[in-house]
Design a protein around this ligand. Structure first.
Ligand code: PRP
Length: 183
């Protein structure tokens, strides 16, 4: 078998494609059960969540609506700057809607905390956060996702939407980047 794409830049593979897809199916089933007849509005936070979002919604067996929001908390480096900004907002009203925010990772927690404040001010019926990955060891703001795929250690993870300087998002697995790549 040929080597997985970009595997030479990884110190290890943390989550294989099979492990991710199995967990995505489980999360989709849980969400479908919890939101049946609620016609939730699922919002992907660009750009990292797009791969997870696209797999997750296709595994759900209830009607959902989709929208997108771009928010940025990082520069091109590895650390959160704490500078959270909306770069692209939705035109659609979320008043009285059941909103499901879909993220790739909760790290310091700043992005999701800020985002929840913005969305709550728009008076949705409910807001839940779905995150594929959670890195609680890096938390600076006390916040938890309602649905979390995997808890990951404090390592530089890339792939399946997660990038380093814009690269590695289009990898089907999640790997730990070799330090010499980002040092
Ligand atoms: C990443 C990720 C989350 C955020 C989490 O986004 O997608 O939105 O950082 O970090 P935090 O909990 O420390 O705030 P990023 O700003 O890198 O943008 P991207 O999704 O376009 O990669």
């Amino acid at each position: 078998m040929s080597k997985a794409f970009a595997s030479e830049d990884m110190s290890k593979i943390l989550l294989t494609e099979e492990e991710i897809q199995k967990r995505v199916k489980e999360m989709a089933k849980q969400l479908s059960d919890d939101y049946r007849d609620k016609n939730p509005l699922m919002i992907a936070i660009l750009r990292g969540a797009v791969l997870f979002f696209s797999d997750l919604v296709r595994e759900m067996d209830i009607h959902v609506e989709l929208n997108f929001l771009a928010i940025s908390s990082y520069g091109s480096g590895t650390e959160s700057t704490g500078d959270v900004r909306i770069q692209y907002d939705m035109q659609e009203s979320i008043k009285d809607r059941h909103v499901i925010v879909v993220e790739d990772i909760i790290d310091s927690g700043r992005t999701i905390t800020h985002l929840k404040e913005i969305l709550e001010a728009r008076h949705p019926a409910s807001i839940a956060v779905v995150a594929l990955l959670d890195k609680p060891s890096r938390r600076e703001v006390e916040v938890e996702g309602e649905y979390v795929g995997f808890t990951v250690p404090n390592e530089f993870v890339v792939g399946y939407g997660l990038d380093f300087a814009g690269k590695y998002r289009n990898i089907k697995y999640i790997g730990v980047l070799k330090p010499e790549i980002y040092a």
